[in-house]
Design a protein. Structure first.
Length: 252
C-alpha cells in the first residue's frame, strides 16, 4: 500500500473528485479526515469504507470559514498524531459570466471557497509541518481554467490565484521539505457543473470555441490516481508543478 499510515486531510470529500480521492487513499492504507458540508454524504462514505485498510474520520466543515479550516487540520493531528498531507480539493464553479456581467455576490462566493479555503487550510497545515519538523505535502486541485478559457472570469481568476499561492509556498518552504503540487483537471464527470445552475448565456456562448475542442470527459479516478502518486514517497522530489489531467485539451 502506497499510503500506509499517512495522515491526510481531504476537502470537498463527499462527492466527485474528492470522494474518489478519499476512497482511493483509504484503500491505499491512509488515515484520512474527510471534510465536506453534507453530513449525510460523509456518513455514507464512512460506512462504505469501514472495512478498508486505512481509517476514515469525517469532519463537517465549510472551507470558506477559517475556524473550519483550522479545525480539520487539528482533527487530523488529534486522531492520527500528525499531519502528512493536505489535499485542497473543495471548489465551486462560477456561472460562466464575462467580466462585464459578473457580480460581487458570485465573486465573494467563488473566491471564498476556491481561494480563501486553500489559503486558510494551507496556512494551518504549513504551521503544523514546521512544528513537526519533518516536511510536509500539499496537493491542490485547481483547473485548466486558470489559463484555458473554459469557464467564467471569476472562476479562472480563482484558479490562477490558487496556482500562484501554491507555487509560492513550494518555493519559499523548499528547504523545509514542504512540497506543493497542483492538479489541473480539464473536463471531469462530477457534480460541479450541474450544481452551477443556469449559466450566463453571453459568457457561455463566447467560450464555445474552447469547449468544442474538449477531447472528452475524464473520471474522478483519473484525478485520484495522480493524487496517490503525489501523496506518496514516489514523488518525493516533485514540487511546485502544475499537472494537467485533461486528455490533451490544453495542448491545442
Amino acid at each position: 500500500m502506497k499510503l500506509e499510515n499517512k495522515s491526510i486531510v481531504v476537502t470537498g470529500a463527499s462527492s466527485g473528485m474528492g470522494k474518489c480521492v478519499v476512497e482511493t487513499f483509504v484503500r491505499e492504507g491512509a488515515n484520512v479526515v474527510a471534510v465536506a458540508r453534507r453530513t449525510e454524504r460523509l456518513a455514507a462514505l464512512a460506512e462504505s469504507l469501514k472495512d478498508a485498510p486505512g481509517k476514515l474520520v469525517t469532519y463537517v466543515g465549510d472551507v470558506s470559514k477559517r475556524e473550519d479550516c483550522e479545525g480539520m487540520i487539528a482533527k487530523a493531528v488529534e486522531c492520527f498524531g500528525r499531519l502528512d498531507v493536505l489535499v485542497n480539493n473543495a471548489g465551486v464553479m462560477d456561472d460562466m459570466a464575462t467580466i462585464a456581467n459578473c457580480t460581487d455576490e458570485k465573486y465573494d462566493y467563488v473566491m471564498g471557497i476556491n481561494v480563501y479555503g486553500p489559503l486558510a487550510a494551507t496556512r494551518k497545515a504549513v504551521q503544523v509541518f514546521l512544528e513537526q519538523g519533518n516536511g510536509g505535502n500539499i496537493i491542490t486541485v485547481s483547473s485548466i481554467g486558470a489559463q484555458h478559457q473554459a469557464a467564467g472570469a471569476v472562476y479562472g481568476a480563482s484558479k490562477a490565484a490558487v496556482n500562484a499561492m501554491m507555487r509560492h509556498t513550494a518555493f519559499v518552504y523548499r528547504n523545509e521539505k514542504i512540497r506543493c503540487n497542483i492538479i489541473a483537471p480539464g473536463g471531469i464527470n462530477t457534480e460541479i457543473s450541474t450544481s452551477m445552475g443556469m449559466p450566463d448565456m453571453d459568457g457561455y456562448g463566447r467560450i464555445q470555441q474552447v469547449q468544442a475542442m474538449m477531447p472528452g470527459m475524464g473520471e474522478g479516478s483519473d484525478i485520484a490516481s495522480l493524487a496517490v502518486f503525489l501523496a506518496s514517497d514516489e514523488s518525493a522530489f516533485i514540487s511546485g508543478q502544475i499537472i494537467a489531467v485533461d486528455g490533451g485539451w490544453t495542448a491545442f
